[in-house]
Ligand binder design. Structure first.
Ligand code: BDR
Ligand code: CA
Length: 310
């Protein structure tokens, strides 16, 4: 199984991603770190511990990281995920506790202590990840690659141009995009279209298995909330798609494209993806060529959804 460490801002869809990370035998979840985003840090930590409990995870260490972005003030995303981050889904309390060490130190230890290269997955504003890369540049030698849910080669969600995770901490996203590491971007281009049928969610809510029931309730609640104000998001699976890119790469269409984070004005927080024909050749002529990322642009959506369900 592929060793992974995951940074989350749990979040209904981070929760679904964690359930998948624990449940999928192709993934070996080595550590989870928390950052403020969909909710405040304390709530994110509590949600994460409870989700791991529901998932039946072994003793996966959890650490807390940044309470706010590098520069911006905190602007939590309460609208879609609710004040508790889980849209009111109540998960059983757990005796699991958060590690004493900060997120950057847990990530560093988990990544450099592994006997094989580790994949770092970010499903949240990239504050913790940017701090890790800055404080501990030696992780670069131990990473298989970095995959992040965030950005878009087309529309935004929190603004016309910007996706939430990048918009919340654009400087952190810049650190990641410009890191020189192999980076895969799973943005809104596929994220917005990968949906789970509501009847599957409803069936799961009646399951005896705590992980399946939790997944059903989370999907059901995401669906009903979206139906209330953002009809286009009904059934959208969300962050777990970034893990499906790892477990089922054959189902995704990706391209290597120049990407930069827009830090200015109305476009702040946008990922600008250079989709000109021969963009890399065009960029090579430039004195300041943009970093090239692997960008997920399309997927066999039905098969990807089925892979999550399976
Ligand atoms: C991202 O923002 C959060 O609402 C979700 O958890 C996801 O990571 C989508 O823009
Ligand atoms: Ca998230």
């Amino acid at each position: 199984a592929r060793p992974i460490v995951v940074d989350v801002d749990t979040g209904t869809d981070d929760a679904l991603a964690l359930l998948y990370a624990v449940g999928c035998t192709d993934l070996d979840l080595r550590a989870v770190t928390c950052v403020a985003g969909n909710a405040g840090l304390e709530q994110v930590v509590e949600n994460t511990l409870r989700v791991l409990e529901a998932a039946g995870a072994g003793d996966v260490p959890v650490a807390a990281g940044a309470t706010k972005p590098l520069i911006e003030r905190m602007r939590p995303e309460g609208q879609f995920h609710g004040a508790d981050g889980l849209a009111g889904v109540e998960l059983a309390p757990t005796s699991r506790t958060v590690a004493d060490q900060p997120a950057t130190e847990l990530l560093h230890a988990a990544i450099t202590g592994a006997s094989e290269p580790v994949t770092l997955v970010s499903l949240a504003p990239m504050t913790n990840v940017a701090m890790l890369l800055t404080l501990h540049p030696d992780v670069a030698d131990h990473l298989e690659r970095l995959v992040f849910m965030g950005g878009s080669a087309s529309v935004g969600n929190v603004t016309a141009l910007a996706e939430f995770n990048v918009w919340q901490d654009p400087e952190a996203a810049t650190c990641v995009v410009e890191s020189g590491l192999p980076v895969t971007m799973y943005g809104l281009d596929v994220f917005n279209r990968l949906v789970i049928e509501q009847e599957v969610a409803d069936r799961w809510t009646r399951s005896d298995h705590p992980a399946v029931r939790a997944a059903g309730e989370l999907l059901h609640r995401r669906g009903t909330r979206a139906a209330g104000f953002e009809q286009d998001y009904v059934g959208v699976l969300g962050d777990a798609g970034a893990l499906l890119v790892l477990t089922h790469p054959e189902l995704f269409t990706t391209e290597h494209l120049p990407v930069r984070v827009n830090l200015e004005g109305l476009g702040r927080g946008q990922t600008i993806v250079d989709r000109r024909p021969h963009a890399q050749d065009q960029q090579a002529l430039d004195r300041d060529p943009w970093p090239v990322l692997e960008v997920a642009l399309d997927a066999d959506l039905a098969a990807a959804a089925q892979a999550f369900v399976d």
